[in-house]
Design a protein around this ligand. Structure first.
Ligand SMILES: *[C@@H]1O[C@H](CO)[C@@H](O)[C@H](O)[C@H]1NC(C)=O
Ligand SMILES: *[C@@H]1O[C@H](CO)[C@@H](O)[C@H](O)[C@H]1NC(C)=O
Ligand SMILES: *[C@@H]1O[C@H](CO)[C@@H](O)[C@H](O)[C@H]1NC(C)=O
Ligand SMILES: CC(=O)N[C@H]1CO[C@H](CO)[C@@H](O)[C@@H]1O
Length: 327
């Protein structure tokens, strides 16, 4: 019985202490907000922290959360002990709440289903009958980009090294790109990062690396903003060459050439067989004709060696020459 009573007293004390701490609003107060920007991942929820100082019960006060230029249509307006339906920015309807506990002086804004458009400055303004205070909180929205795409090309400048490229698009803010070998060791040399911003403010990142070709030791490329926002790609750093491919010639062209080549070979073989048969018969006939012409030459030669008496008188030298040629 005694221990039960003790527990009840303890619970009562635990309940009364925070209530006692929640003092009525002092005449003046300040607001406590984070020093740096608050970051969150696109699609998730975030709390924009804001507290009254000293801590007191903020329930009777007015709390207004608004974007810098949008005082009259705030993201959230708490007034007369309740969250007001209007006037509020429709962009935030159903996505905002005050979940920190106003009675404890926590006026933080809870924002759900964060989008890139939510990025920017938010002002937390708390107003009492005698006093008001405001402070700003900057929200950055991280966007995780695409899976890295890796490719291998021949490295320019020789040395037998391959040029490995890694690229990824759609990040915010600019991510960190890291190359690692199979053992997980970071590779720093021969690396160059290029980034371009697209109209939506998202960043593309790409890097290339000269590396000794390998068929077994993969290379990894990691693009990341944080542990939760990280993407990795892997590749074996070698150039893929199809066994039948000829550089600069398409597969179709290669097949057509191959078919034509085979066709030529077949036709060639057929032709040579036919020609061989023909040549065989032609050889025997030419032999006969050659024999015939030879006998004719002999007869003609004999005629020439016996010059006519008149020719000998006029051109004796010629006769001699002609005689030499024939001889
Ligand atoms: C957002 O990105 C920054 C790096 O640019 C990182 O420091 C921070 O932790 C990220 N926040 C979240 C919620 O991922
Ligand atoms: C205030 O409330 C937010 C939730 O909206 C919470 O994350 C934060 O820790 C609270 N601050 C304190 C000091 O309790
Ligand atoms: C490697 O490839 C990138 C393009 O992906 C190119 O800009 C770079 O000049 C190449 N480097 C060498 C040495 O081949
Ligand atoms: C090479 C290049 O374009 N670098 C830029 C990458 O993006 C940052 C800001 O996001 C710029 O400061 C760099 O100049």
């Amino acid at each position: 019985m005694n221990s039960g009573l003790c527990l009840r007293v303890l619970i009562l004390v635990a309940l009364t202490v925070p209530i006692r701490a929640a003092q009525p609003a002092p005449v003046t107060f300040t607001l406590t907000v984070p020093d740096g920007p608050t970051s969150t991942l696109s699609g998730s929820s975030v709390s924009l922290l804001c507290e009254v100082s000293p801590l007191f019960n903020a329930e009777p006060l007015e709390v207004r959360w608004y974007r810098s230029s949008n005082f009259h249509s705030p993201a959230l307006l708490y007034k007369d002990h309740k969250i007001q339906e209007a006037p509020v920015d429709p962009q935030y309807r159903g996505r905002v709440s005050l979940t920190g506990g106003l009675e404890r002086g926590n006026v933080s804004l809870r924002l759900e289903r964060v989008t890139q458009e939510d990025r920017g400055e938010y002002i937390c303004q708390v107003t009492s009958d005698q006093w008001y205070e405001k402070a700003s909180v900057f929200l950055t929205v991280n966007v995780t980009g695409s899976e890295p795409v890796l490719s291998v090309a021949e490295g320019r400048g020789g040395g037998g090294q391959v040029n490995v490229t890694c690229s990824s698009v759609g990040w915010s803010p600019q991510p960190k790109l890291t190359w690692r070998n199979k053992d997980g060791t970071e590779i720093r040399n021969g690396q160059e990062v290029l980034n371009t911003s697209d109209p939506q403010g998202l960043v593309s990142v790409s890097s290339w690396l000269l590396y000794a070709p390998s068929y077994s030791n993969w290379l990894s490329c990691t693009v990341s903003l944080s542990e939760e926002a990280k993407r990795e790609g892997r590749i074996l750093p070698h150039i893929y060459t199809a066994p039948t491919a000829v550089p600069g010639v398409s597969k179709e062209a290669f097949i057509v050439t191959l078919v034509l080549l085979v066709l030529f070979l077949v036709i060639g073989a057929l032709c040579s067989v036919i020609l061989c048969k023909r040549r065989g018969s032609m050889w025997s006939s030419s032999q006969k004709s050659r024999n015939r012409s030879e006998t004719k030459n002999l007869i003609e030669g004999a005629e020439n060696t016996v010059p006519k008496p008149t020719e000998q008188m006029v051109t004796g030298k010629e006769v001699n020459l002609a005689g030499k040629v024939i001889g």
